[in-house]
Design a protein around this ligand. Structure first.
Ligand code: AMP
Ligand code: MG
Length: 432
């Protein structure tokens, strides 16, 4: 092991490392980020960094669950459609209003959904159980209303505190905020909340052959697509991508570009890490930081670099050097970078949902690697079926477009035949 290599617990050379070994080393260097206070509406998908306690009862007051009449249950015990209870309407209250009326025996207040229950009333009779709908009057105040049904006390009343009680822990620190949590935060009057920060992820493409989209294509050149698919993957899992452009396979430029990435929380490079590669990338990465080059027992995506760079103040920036082939870079992101970003965001579940599907194609695993095969999963008769999306070459990016999952073929399986069960990592659950 050279001086520049990180001393990981697990042996990194010679030979290959497993996906699990590589992932656990990545995760061992990556830490949860600090907190920040942000407007509630900006926090969807972030992890809560404080316990949320209800500061008052929700709802704050007893209120009506229906449009109808606020009454005393005692007054309507024998009411039927043949023998209605007749009550004098002494007031009216809508949501947002307040009725000063006291509901005494023989009286009622016309009430709308969400309006505070007037004093003295304990029950709300919906309009459907009154003669309101069959009579035409201008104003109901002072009129008699006929009640057709006997309801038990508390019917159609929402009690103060029935949703949340003052002092109750309503959302726990560590919760991943979904739309309902954002609603709960607003319902207790919060404008800001403390969450774990999203990581800024620097993305640097390397390669003399790369051109930025928008420039004229010339012979021998290709457009840099990796920066775009990787940046989108970063956004999809909640990180903030920072595009650092394209660096030539040349020491000085690359060193500069890497240094520009040191403000980030995580640096991702693509290209320049394979065995036969022009070794400027490897040299620069090794000179600027502490780096290990791994051969991971997986397909696609065998070559991988992982290490750390140190900022001037001694703090550490983890670096993932992904392979340049467009599919390999996306899949190694999925397997290693996504969990790292989620861990930085404080998530407890770092894994995508997995399902078991019936494979519809044959796959041969010649060299005992873990294959991540691009598949389209369909559901038929309550069962999942997985079909390869076409040629599995690591440069065929369109095969990734057609895939909604990655079938995981274990290292130990020599082949998978149609009809065999396979585990599938779902990339787009909403597509089945
Ligand atoms: P490398 O890992 O640098 O040897 O690159 C492997 C293959 O991926 C080569 O065919 C590269 O041209 C291609 N490649 C590398 N980087 C990118 C990129 N950013 N966008 C598209 N293709 C790339
Ligand atoms: Mg290259």
């Amino acid at each position: 092991m050279s001086r520049k290599e990180i001393r990981f617990d697990v042996k990194t050379s010679p030979g290959m490392v497993s996906v699990e070994e590589a992932l656990s080393m990545v995760l061992s260097v990556v830490n949860e980020l600090g907190c920040q206070s942000k407007p509630v509406l900006k926090c969807l998908g972030q992890v809560l960094a404080e316990n949320i306690v209800a500061p008052f009862d929700i709802p704050p007051f007893d209120n009506s669950a229906m449009d109808g009449y606020a009454v005393r249950a005692d007054d309507i015990v024998s009411a039927t459609s043949e023998t209605p209870a007749l009550l004098r309407v002494i007031g009216e209250v809508s949501a947002g209003g307040l009725s000063q009326a006291q509901v005494k025996p023989g009286t009622a207040v016309r009430i709308m959904t969400g309006a505070p229950l007037p004093e003295g009333a304990d029950t709300v009779v919906p309009f459907e159980y009154t003669n309101e709908l069959s009579r035409e009057v201008g104003s109901w105040i002072g009129e008699e209303i006929g009640i057709f049904a006997s309801l038990s006390p508390g019917a159609n009343v929402r009690r103060a505190g029935e949703d949340m009680r003052r002092g109750e822990l309503v959302i726990q620190r560590g919760t991943l905020l979904r739309p309902a949590h954002i609603g709960v935060l607003a319902s207790i009057g919060r404008r800001t909340v403390t969450v774990i920060r999203r990581p800024v992820v620097g993305i640097l493409a390397t390669g003399n052959e790369l051109l930025a989209p928008g420039r004229a294509l010339s012979r021998g050149k290709i457009y840099n697509s990796n920066s775009y698919s990787l940046a989108s993957q970063v956004m999809e899992c909640g990180g903030i991508p920072k595009l650092l452009g394209i660096a030539l396979d040349e020491t000085e430029q690359l060193s500069k570009a890497v240094r520009a990435g040191l403000e980030c929380d995580l640096l991702i490079t693509s290209g320049g890490v394979s065995v036969g590669d022009y070794d400027a990338v490897k040299r620069v990465l090794a000179a600027e930081g502490e780096i290990s080059f791994w051969t991971v027992r997986m397909k696609p995506g065998k070559p991988l670099a992982f290490g750390i760079f140190r900022r001037r103040d001694g703090s550490v920036v983890p670096h993932l050097g992904l392979p340049g082939n467009p599919v390999s870079s996306m899949i190694t992101f999925e397997v290693f970078a996504r969990p790292a970003i989620l861990k930085m965001m404080g998530a407890t579940n770092l894994a995508r949902p997995r399902i078991v599907a019936v494979m519809e194609d044959t796959l041969v695993n010649k060299d005992h690697r873990r294959i991540f095969a691009r598949v389209m999963v369909n559901k038929q008769g309550g069962k999942y079926f997985a079909k390869l999306t076409g040629p599995q070459g690591s440069g065929i990016l369109t095969s990734m477009v057609k895939a909604n999952g990655l079938a995981v073929i274990p290292e130990t399986a020599e082949r998978v035949e149609p009809g065999d069960n396979v585990e599938v990592i779902m990339l787009a659950e909403d597509s089945i």
